[in-house]
Design a binder for this molecule. Structure first.
Ligand SMILES: [Zn+2]
Length: 251
């Protein structure tokens, strides 16, 4: 793989649009589940793993989580000639089932997560009990590296803390010479949630903190001309290229 990033097609959920934008009504939408691989010189970084729908959690039935074999993480990585063991760092946005389902297969990687998220996942609030599953993340031989807040991985690649959707949701900011992008995962489900003004998401732990995180991202967009890649935006991803396509980055 050349230096740059590739979007991974990790399947989809099919549910009412109001889960994404709370006042958007009950139209059913096919909602993409996306991961990202970033190659920076010798370093291969994965942002989110997608679900493993073979586990058939109740929430997967409720939200019609759908994957063909080609959508499982290892098979998506193959499209760019990588295997799970080639991934050096996994940045996991949060531990909801549709982002963390393949962590158990990433035992050669360092898994970077906000400390608040890892703790919360073991004892979520009542309204989130059906989206966290220990089977996704509780492996004694996984190498978690917990962080608190923003963290610069390398020059030009920085983890951005975006709490609100969950206590420890985090995004990934890439500032290359030719392009700047931020992957927010569920901190921002869709562009409609923040432009032209805020519209609440259907599922957040703290709407107050969510709003502050949105403002943080909006400022990055305004001051640094960063392109926003949201978590689950049907429209946005219908116009993007997925692996094996590589968005080239110049460092
Ligand atoms: Zn989530």
């Amino acid at each position: 793989m050349e230096d740059g990033f590739s979007l991974l097609d990790l399947g989809y959920n099919y549910h009412a649009k109001s889960i994404l934008v709370s006042d958007a009504g009950n139209e059913m939408v096919k909602v993409p589940i996306v991961g990202v691989v970033i190659k920076y010189r010798d370093l291969k970084i994965l942002f989110d793993t997608g679900p493993d729908s073979r586990r058939k959690y109740p929430i997967m039935i409720e939200l019609n989580t759908t994957q063909g074999a080609e959508n499982f993480l290892p098979n998506q990585l193959k499209l760019i000639n990588l295997e799970t063991k080639d991934i050096d760092l996994v940045v996991v946005s949060h531990l909801h089932y549709d982002h963390a389902g393949f962590l158990g297969e990433l035992k050669n990687s360092s898994i970077i997560i906000q400390k608040d998220e890892l703790r919360y996942a073991y004892n979520p609030d009542w309204f989130y009990k059906n989206v966290y599953y220990r089977q996704d993340f509780d492996y004694p031989d996984l190498e978690y590296q917990t962080i608190n807040g923003d963290y610069e991985l390398v020059d030009g690649i920085r983890i951005i803390s975006l709490p609100g959707h969950t206590p420890g949701t985090q995004g990934l900011l890439i500032e290359a010479n030719n392009k700047s992008v931020i992957f927010t995962s569920d901190a921002i489900y869709t562009l409609e949630n923040i432009f032209p003004k805020k519209r609440k998401q259907g599922f957040d732990w703290s709407t107050a903190l969510w709003g502050e995180s949105v403002d943080k991202v909006k400022l990055l967009i305004k001051l640094h001309k960063v392109e926003l890649f949201p978590g689950h935006d049907v429209q946005f991803y219908s116009n993007k290229n997925f692996a094996p396509y590589i968005y080239k980055l110049e460092w």
